[in-house]
Design a protein around this ligand. Structure first.
Ligand code: FAD
Length: 480
């Protein structure tokens, strides 16, 4: 392929990432306008090759899992919303095409995304009546001559009014029961944005309600899963895994800016950072950054987004829930440290207000954290093979190293788990998983042992807080 993106394909990985870093700096959250990303700015990013890592080499791509992660990490450090924009197109929209489309659809679609002015693409699953429980999906497909007719209403899709291509999830009720499937459609096939939403943050991305009444040719049905929702879980996992990389980039920025703000701001005669509790908040941010460094390391080295992620289902649920919880809590710490200045959306001294608004939704989208925690606990209970949960976590590979290294006493989990307990138990499992990743990261990267120890202490405190919450639930139940 000729042109700048063609040249980008030939760069070494270091050169490629350096080019993305250079371009990313133009989107610095401190100065970049809070508005929908103009097509010309998207073209700046696509010309730097941000979509190339997800594309196979035969379609002009760089075909690299590590670079997919690095790109969103680098972008998130400059501008969280731009990183989300890119992760949607790569992880949620193009990856399904690469993994499950037939040759005809791949040839039709993928080369367009390897060009300098690549379009945007989105993923349409959520509907006004169904977000968490996908069994309530009402968008339907039926077989017609030459393909499928798809009808329904979706909402909250990132890039609702601006993406040209869509991966759409739909269902069919037949004699053999309910069948779910994914289809690739172009906006012109019958994807119409009926209403725009005004989101609180992530302003570079547009959202809305989307009405679908489309004919899709047969070759654009994806061969994903066996028709049921559990076999299609892989399609949802890449976006969640990428959040590990994205959180690390974001927290690099927050940790740096919060410390700089606390050093520069004078309270009385001393800097803000001389106050003990301020230092504690900064320590919490640093520790969260360490945990996300470990989660990011895990996503980069233990996963491959180009393959089936289903076996990593519990690990990815843990990465998503812990990383996003830490993003929100660090944005909160930073905003608190910045005082009144942190409540100004255009403050010249900090980006706390925007960081808070942009990060808040991370515990909600891509699977709401409460549901993902419940699913994680259920997965462990189902896999425990007769063991009580604490005994299972002591031998299960993703958590065992942390249980033995830190001597966690998790026997409070060994009981009948009502729904509310399951959500909390899932959080504990995710914290223990994260503590194990911190150990692994420290051992594999030779990171500062003190940093790892401090991060482990914060995770232990998180586990202890859940233990207290279990007790609270019991007292509330006993009190009627
Ligand atoms: C900014 C943004 C971007 C988005 N991008 C996309 C996109 O690109 N494509 C797309 O298809 N969708 C997208 N979504 C939709 C998103 O994935 C859903 O909003 C999310 O899955 C939650 O669904 P819901 O809004 O219907 O909430 P509900 O299902 O109504 O849930 C509301 C709340 O109920 C609680 N809850 C639900 N289930 C449980 C449980 N089992 N245990 C405990 N508590 C529970 C949780 O607190 C949850 O947040 C986006 C949403 C937002 C806000």
């Amino acid at each position: 392929m000729a042109g700048p993106v063609g040249a980008v394909v030939l760069l070494s990985s270091e050169e490629f990432i350096a080019g993305v870093e250079e371009v990313a700096s133009r989107f610095d959250a401190a100065t970049y306008p809070q508005r929908e990303l103009p097509a010309d700015d998207w073209a700046v990013l696509t010309a730097a090759g941000v979509l190339l890592p997800v594309l196979p080499a035969e379609y002009g791509g760089r075909d690299s899992h590590v670079e997919m992660c690095r790109v969103v990490e680098v972008l998130a450090e400059q501008n969280l919303a731009v990183a989300v924009y890119t992760a949607i197109v790569t992880g949620l929209a193009l990856r399904p095409v690469v993994r499950w489309a037939g040759e005809e659809a791949r040839r039709e679609i993928l080369p367009r995304f390897a060009g300098v002015r690549a379009p945007a693409a989105g993923f349409a699953s959520t509907e006004p009546g169904c977000g968490s429980a996908m069994s309530g999906l009402t968008t339907v497909f039926e077989e017609v001559q030459g393909g499928y007719r798809i009808r329904g209403r979706k909402h909250w899709q990132a890039l609702s009014a601006t993406a040209s291509w869509w991966v759409v999830v739909a269902k069919r009720e037949g004699d053999g029961g309910r069948e779910y499937a994914c289809f690739l459609m172009e906006r012109g096939d019958g994807f119409r944005t009926a209403q725009r939403y005004e989101a609180l943050g992530l302003k570079v991305i547009d959202y809305g309600i989307n009405d679908i009444d489309a004919f899709v040719p047969a070759h654009r049905r994806l061969d994903a899963g066996a028709g049921n929702l559990s076999s299609m879980v892989d399609i949802y996992l890449a976006g969640r895994a990428l959040i590990g990389a994205l959180a690390f980039g974001f927290l690099n920025r927050i940790a740096r800016e919060a410390r700089a703000y606390a050093d520069a701001r004078v309270i009385g005669r001393a800097p803000l950072s001389a106050i003990g509790f301020v230092r504690h908040r900064l320590g919490a941010i640093d520790s969260a950054r360490t945990v996300c460094a470990a989660l990011n390391h895990y996503v980069r080295t233990a996963l491959d987004l180009r393959t089936d992620l289903t076996p990593a289902f519990p690990a990815i649920q843990a990465v998503k829930t812990v990383a996003t919880e830490l993003m929100v809590s660090c944005a909160n710490h930073y905003q608190q440290l910045a005082g009144g200045e942190g409540y100004r959306s255009d403050s010249p001294t900090n980006i706390a207000a925007q960081a808070f608004l942009d990060s808040r939704v991370f515990t909600v989208f891509d699977g709401t954290n409460d549901l993902l925690s419940q699913q994680l606990a259920q997965y462990c209970v189902d896999s425990s093979d007769g063991l009580v949960l604490s005994a299972f976590l002591a031998v299960w590979a993703p958590t065992a190293p942390a249980v033995s290294a830190h001597g966690y006493d998790l026997r409070f989990l060994d009981r009948e788990l009502r729904q509310e307990h399951s959500v909390l138990a899932g959080r504990v499992i995710a914290y223990v998983f994260a503590a194990a990743r911190v150990l692994e990261w420290a051992a594999e990267t030779g990171a500062d042992a003190n940093r790892a120890r401090t991060a482990a202490e914060f995770l232990t405190a998180d586990i202890d807080r859940v233990r207290v919450e279990f007790d609270l639930l019991d007292r509330l139940t006993a009190n009627g």
